[in-house]
Design a protein around this ligand. Sequence first.
Ligand code: ADP
Ligand code: MG
Length: 693
Amino acid sequence: MRPEILFPLFAPVTSLAGVGPRFGKLLADLAGPHLADLLFHLPTGIIDRRYAPKVREAKPSQIATLTVKIEAHLKPHNPKQPYRVRCRDETGFLHLVYFHVKGDYLTRLLPVGSTRIVSGTVEHFNNEIQITHPDHVVAPEAREQMPPIEPVYGLTAGLPLRIVQKGIAVALGRAPELAEWIDPHLMAQRHWPGWKAAVTAAHAPQSEADIPPTTPARQRLAYDELLANQLAIALVRAHTKRLPGRAIEVPGRLRKQVQAALPFSLTHSQRQALAEIAGDMAAPNRMLRLLQGDVGSGKTVVALLAMLDVVEAGAQAALMAPTELLARQHYATLTALAAPAGIEIALLTGREKGRVREDILLRLGSGDIGIVVGTHALFQTEVAFKDLAFAVIDEQHRFGVEQRIALSNKGKGVDILVMTATPIPRTLMLTAYGDLDSSRLTEKPAGRKPVTTRTIPLSRFAEVVEAARRALSTGAKIYWICPLVAESELIELAAAEARFAELKKLFGERVGLVHGRMKGAERDRAMEQFATGGIDLLVATTVIEVGVDVADATVMVVEHAERFGLAQLHQLRGRIGRGAKPSACLLLYTTPLSETAKQRLAILRETEDGFRIADEDLRLRGAGEVLGTRQSGLPEMRLVDLAVHADLIPVARDDARLVLARDPELSNERGAAARVLLYLFARDLAVGYLRSG
Ligand code: ADP
Ligand code: MG
């Protein structure tokens, strides 16, 4: 249960007095549902109102605060015209300009003959000075109601700054003093303020120097978020470790049989990864391991060999892919590889229906089937295993935690291996998973040719078409990617369709198209034709699936490459260069390129090392964007800027461990404070694991 001291901060933002339901909803969309969320919405800059010139000296485009006398109200005859209020000081006059004025509030706000302090952006218009819709108008005796410096916040369409400021002011007013959860030595060493002082300071910047993430107040708040995150991870991990696992240890007869029949030998990192997985499986605890490696680095083979050990032990293994297409592809690969050992593999997706499906379910229940490959269909309640012991999850960022749990609930002590082709920088790994065990495939399988990457301005489009023509004439297959060029999926689609039509005119029927709006079966058919020969040039929006394997595709053209993230381009490029023939990737960009975009494209020309690219990506873009937080399953960080606060991560991890080692139930004084911290960051679920232990 949430501690009582936090109740005032967990009132819904929609309940804020003076904000109203419409703005309340927008506030919730912007920052989150509770007042506490507003506190975590930090200013992005300041408005400085200290510039207080005389009217005649007021410089255009500056925010100025002027003391003026109200001379006259110039009401428009036509309501479409602006309402003007003429004011002056001893040096000259200016107009306050208002649009869409209703009622008489201006006559009350600005009575003729009175003195007012007005603040807003100065405009010079037809040789006159004016301020349109001043931000503030106050009487001289109410001067202190107008802050000389105001925080500016990120907004959302339709939500005025003053509403956000107001909501945050209310939240700050309700913020209690909280007992300290940070180690006192660390506080002293870093000169950090206490929690309440830190949030208050963060929302009351006195100059631009108070905005960057490096200020003591912001560092402290970032640390809070990291500590809450590390505590939560540690609690969940401790909980998982307590769950009974099982030890699987076999001579490896099946694995050796399959390995001997492979048309290649395993790379060093594949062997290493297998040894690490086998070690985990042999241990009596549950395994939760991440297998990272670029597309084509050979993860699937590793997974298969590990699954064979499970089958040899008389239990079952499942491999789950995020899409139908990938499931089918894995199925085909695994079936071919496992055939020499006489191992049968089953496929279960949404498309297996009727008799076929019945039969698979029956044989999963009886234990006849040792290895099954599938999609989300594997989660369905009718799917029951005789003895599921090992689950492999491919491309994990598309699966949520709940789904992972759902799958592991289908067996007893299920070991889990998560495979991902998105290399995760070390800092992000720690943030997302704590010390989740991980194996990395760092080499390309032998025999692969490097991909030559070139960057070309779109103005040289004709050359690209010629290059495509030459490649096609030598029998090459080409991916042609049209990315997100507009906000709307429909416009994006129109762009891809236009390119498709144009290329079709040039190259005829051998040009195909796949995009996100196509039905699954239709899309699969186009991919199939691309793989088998009917289509040689495939225009695609970014839907082409991670991991899709068309080994003899050797050319990739990416339009608007500057709009992609590095990791994403790297992923895309991973779809070529899979066979023995040399491959080329042409990155088309529109000028002018930003400095960051230039660096990004340069890195892609330089290297194919996914781990190096991931680190560079983090450096260039900041963590939030690296994987697309939401789809990556990474926790959303609101106060942490991983590029800046990275050094705090290991500190938070060590501290979280220490706190829990000394006080596993979080029951002493600091433990209780840490509990409040967890609730403050809405890690209620993690706190739940305390008691079940
Ligand atoms: P990933 O799942 O990492 O994208 P796969 O396991 O699908 O990669 O492997 C891609 C291709 O490379 C497959 O055709 C696979 O048979 C082949 N392959 C895997 N390991 C090796 C290796 N050590 N040497 C040569 N080819 C390999
Ligand atoms: Mg794969």
